[in-house]
Design a binder for this molecule. Structure first.
Ligand SMILES: Cc1cc2nc3c(=O)[nH]c(=O)nc-3n(C[C@H](O)[C@H](O)[C@H](O)COP(=O)(O)O)c2cc1C
Length: 193
């Protein structure tokens, strides 16, 4: 298979897998997960090469603590179901942040683009999230993406800088089920000459 075909196959194969087991697939260590995320964070492009994306990997007690806080912040038993399943059934979660001072410095340095820098930081953060998601699934993990941002922010390890703002959580574990059915709109990409 050509390398572009392999790359596209990886994009197509990445899916939301909610059914997880609190373990890693055979042969995969948490250091492997960390190394994947490190590469993605390093090599995902950012505006002006500003490198605004930050990430940490939570597992064990730190994962449970963050998700316990999310559970306690939810207003109903229904709303608690997803974070409870994450606390009990996932092996860990990658927390993505944007570094506030990086964007502020760009805004000071290039006032004409001031309003755009936060958007560009978001674009790179999203790219890193989806690169990570695709890569972890290629490693045999199941993943899903969540946005309980303020409730996760409030229960992180104490050395996380206050000016890192939580953007998303990529929840992972060994897959315990398959992805749901997915339908697609008619959405042709045209070429104009
Ligand atoms: C930017 C973005 C935000 C998302 N936020 C959530 C979320 O907060 N909770 C959730 O359960 N799924 C979330 N998802 C997952 C989407 O619902 C899912 O990717 C979409 O339905 C397509 O399914 P697939 O991931 O299996 O291809 C998000 C996905 C993206 C790309």
């Amino acid at each position: 298979m050509s390398s572009v075909a392999q790359y596209l196959k990886a994009i197509v194969s990445r899916r939301t897998i909610y059914a997880l087991k609190p373990e890693l697939p055979a042969g995969v260590s948490i250091q492997d997960v960390q190394s994947t995320i490190q590469t993605v964070v390093k090599d995902t492009p950012t505006c002006f090469n500003s490198q605004s994306v930050r990430a940490i990997v939570l597992t064990g007690e730190s994962h449970k603590k963050a998700w316990e806080n999310v559970i306690n912040a939810m207003p109903s038993a229904d709303a608690q179901m997803r974070p409870k399943s994450i606390r009990d059934e996932a092996y860990g979660s990658v927390i993505f942040f944007s570094d506030g001072p990086t964007t502020a410095k760009l805004q000071e340095g290039f006032p004409a683009y001031s309003a755009l820098f936060p958007q560009w930081a978001d674009h790179s953060n999203g790219a890193a999230q989806i690169h990570s998601w695709t890569a972890l699934e290629l490693q045999g993990l199941g993943c899903h993406l969540q946005h309980y941002n303020p409730f996760v922010q409030a229960a992180l390890p104490s050395d996380i800088p206050a000016d890192w703002t939580v953007q998303a959580q990529l929840v992972f574990g060994a897959p315990a089920g398959t992805a749901g059915e997915k339908t697609f709109i008619e959405n042709p990409v045209k070429t104009y000459k």
